[in-house]
Design a protein around this ligand. Structure first.
Ligand code: GAR
Length: 205
């Protein structure tokens, strides 16, 4: 036995610009995520900038347009694609679509999501604006395992930042995004290490 493990195969799901995906790809390239590779980048939006960026990086990509399709049928296609690419860990990176219960059950505790708030505060859309409008003094992001509820599963990493007097919702979003890019790499490294347990809602190293 060589003791060298096969790389952990990531499946990235995205709907938009893909900056979190690119941060993960850059962490792999720079050697910050050893033993991890991107197996496929999947989008539900044909025009997603993140998808084009993945093609330019020479990564395998797939598009399953979700508009107008039943959730379970669309998800079945995505699940088949992820399995065909031997994906072991799924990273939702700005994937603006709820997963069906069948999808979650197909990859138990193997789907991660990033959300731009300190959950459980401000789930759902435009979390940064929700937080800013509420007047919070501390904001941030959360990476969590996906369960069948929206922005709800076991938390792996959170990163917090102060809201500055000079902030507006846009500048706050930008500063949260910089934390998101760090948080996703930190999360994947922790999960890839395999050195953790999930006790109830708690991620324990
Ligand atoms: C990120 O801010 C991510 O946290 C958010 O969408 C953005 C995607 O940006 N996701 C959610 O709000 C999910 N509930 P990106 O395409 O540049 O990674």
């Amino acid at each position: 036995m060589s003791g060298v493990r096969d790389p952990l195969r990531l499946g990235i799901l995205l709907s938009g610009r893909g900056s979190n995906f690119l941060a993960i790809a850059e962490s792999i390239r720079a050697g910050r995520l050893k033993g991890v590779e991107i197996a496929v980048v999947v989008s539900n939006v044909a025009e997603a900038a993140g998808l084009q960026a993945a093609r330019e990086l020479g990564l395998p990509t797939a598009v399953f347009v979700s508009m107008g399709r039943k959730r379970a049928e669309h998800d079945a296609d995505v699940i088949d694609c992820l399995k065909a690419h031997s994906v072991e860990l799924i990273c939702l990176a700005g994937y603006m679509r709820l997963l069906s219960p069948e999808f979650v059950a197909a990859f138990p505790n193997r789907i991660l999501n990033i959300h731009p708030s300190l959950l459980p505060a401000f789930p759902g859309l435009e979390a940064q604006t929700q937080a800013f409008d509420y007047g919070v003094q501390v904001a941030g992001c959360t990476v969590h395992f996906v369960d069948e509820h929206l922005d709800h599963g076991v938390i792996v990493v959170q990163r917090a930042i102060p809201v500055l007097e000079s902030d507006d919702a846009h500048s706050l979003s930008e500063r949260i995004l910089a934390e998101e890019h760090l948080a996703y790499t930190e999360t994947i490294a922790r999960v890839a290490s395999g050195e953790y347990e999930i006790r109830g809602r708690r991620f324990v190293k």
